[in-house]
Design a protein around this ligand. Structure first.
Ligand code: KDG
Ligand code: MG
Length: 423
């Protein structure tokens, strides 16, 4: 497509003056590891305006780097950066090989960088381009965890004292080393911990006995007000998930997440038929097709697709609009492997999206925050995107170069008899 419209004196957000069209002059991938690995795409235009997008795929970073460098960047050069929709369609349809975490993260990085450029060129925060604010601030939940129930209760208490209104609670299971969701530090839980996968063990019966007890004790201790969330991390069969949802009903959870793998969307019907505990699914979703049946059959309550996982803002807003028809709300994935660039973009999305549910927020390390200076702010359980043009997150390339890539993979899980299980 060619863009012939000209418009002079548009503020770039970077103290430059731009005129349209804006040709993509250069694009490059920056890999940095300020505490963990991040893959970042920087797109530069001939008008001096640049944009930043996140392309991190935890434990598989280099696959996205190669996809971007070999197959995406060469086709971007010379295109008009204003044509976000056409470029999205070109990268999605034009690849022939559709969907998947590698492809869709690469597309997300381009998409978010282009929204950033458009916002800077027009002097507008992305939320204004989407349609403006629907709320004042974005409610977030943090991860409270401990080696056992008493430790988890203490951790939840610290989050509530810090002003959080929503807390995800995960407890270690006595006798099982390395339970999912139990980190080594308070705020910086990071599962990708070694160059080769760490092995953890899983025991469904022990977990099923512990999880309802945890929430019984949490409600006793903290009363009805806090929103409590819990991540099952794909570990149960549909029937077990239905049983868990039923057992948790008295404790009024905000959601249980990923109760069973969602490759088979139909599997959620059985869970749904047996429990009114709300269900959230989708941090591994890449497109609307992963969620279509779950949404339109009203088998879930929250869709956890993210700006990073689901092809950027252009596609995520389609998922959200589709979900709104069935009163399914958003719940964007926001673990530490989504960089501050994704967090910035997600907050513009969250503050706009009419059917907002909740945003996950795990703190990045101080080094990560320094490499990605950002306009978003946190205060007592809420995040605000700030009013900077674009998404408001930058990349300090000089600092980034001081943190070279470190091979890290996610753990694997086995049953106690050695059978491979879902991590
Ligand atoms: O990289 C994997 C993590 O993002 C994931 O395990 C975190 O389940 C997760 C969550 O809900 O944040
Ligand atoms: Mg999860």
């Amino acid at each position: 497509m060619s863009g012939s419209m000209t418009q002079a004196n548009v503020h770039s957000g970077q103290d430059a003056t731009v005129s349209f069209p804006m040709r993509i002059r250069d694009a490059r991938v920056v890999v940095t590891s300020p505490g963990r690995n991040f893959v970042t795409l920087k797109i530069e235009t001939d008008q001096g305006v640049y944009g930043i997008g996140d392309a991190t795929l935890n434990g598989r970073e280099k696959a996205v780097v190669a996809y971007l460098e070999h197959h995406v960047i060469p086709v971007l050069i010379g295109r008009d950066a204003r044509q976000i929709e056409d470029i999205w369609q070109f990268l999605y349809r034009g690849a022939y090989w559709r969907r998947g975490p590698v492809t869709m993260r690469a597309i997300a990085a381009v998409d978010v960088a282009l929204w950033d450029i458009k916002g800077k060129a027009l002097g507008a925060p992305i939320y204004d381009l989407l349609g403006g604010r629907s709320r004042d601030a974005v409610m977030v939940y943090g991860h409270a965890n401990g080696g056992d129930i008493p430790e988890t209760i203490d951790a939840v208490g610290r989050y509530l004292d810090a002003g959080y209104q929503a807390v995800r609670a995960q407890s270690g299971i006595p006798g099982l080393e390395l339970a999912y969701g139990v980190g080594r530090g308070e705020l910086h839980y990071e599962p990708a911990d070694a160059a080769l996968p760490t092995q953890s063990l899983w025991d469904t019966r022990k977990y099923m006995a512990l999880a309802p007890k945890l929430f019984e004790v949490l409600r006793d201790r903290f009363g009805p007000e806090p929103r409590f969330l819990h991540d099952v991390h794909h570990r149960l069969t549909p029937l077990e998930a239905a049983q868990l949802g039923k057992r948790l009903e008295p404790y009024d959870l905000f959601w249980i997440e990923d109760p069973t793998p969602a490759e088979n969307q139909e599997a959620f019907r059985l869970i749904r038929q047996h429990t009114t505990t709300p269900i959230a699914v989708g941090e591994v979703f890449n497109t609307i097709w992963d969620a279509k049946d779950l949404i339109q059959e009203q088998l879930i309550d929250f869709v956890r697709a993210s700006v990073l996982g689901a092809g950027g803002l252009t596609h995520l807003r389609r998922i959200a609009d589709f979900a709104a028809l069935w009163q399914v709300r958003t719940g964007c994935h926001g673990a530490t492997d989504l960089s501050p660039v994704t967090m910035g973009a997600a907050l513009h999305f969250d503050i706009w999206v009419p059917n907002f549910g909740m945003q996950e927020y795990m703190r990045h390390t101080a080094e990560t925050d320094a490499v990605f200076p950002h306009a978003y702010t946190f205060e007592r359980g809420f995040l605000r995107p700030g009013d900077a043009p674009g998404h408001g997150v930058d990349l300090d390339e000089v600092l980034a170069a001081r943190f070279p890539y470190e091979p890290r993979q996610l753990p694997v899980a086995r049953l106690t008899d050695g059978t491979m299980w879902n991590w």
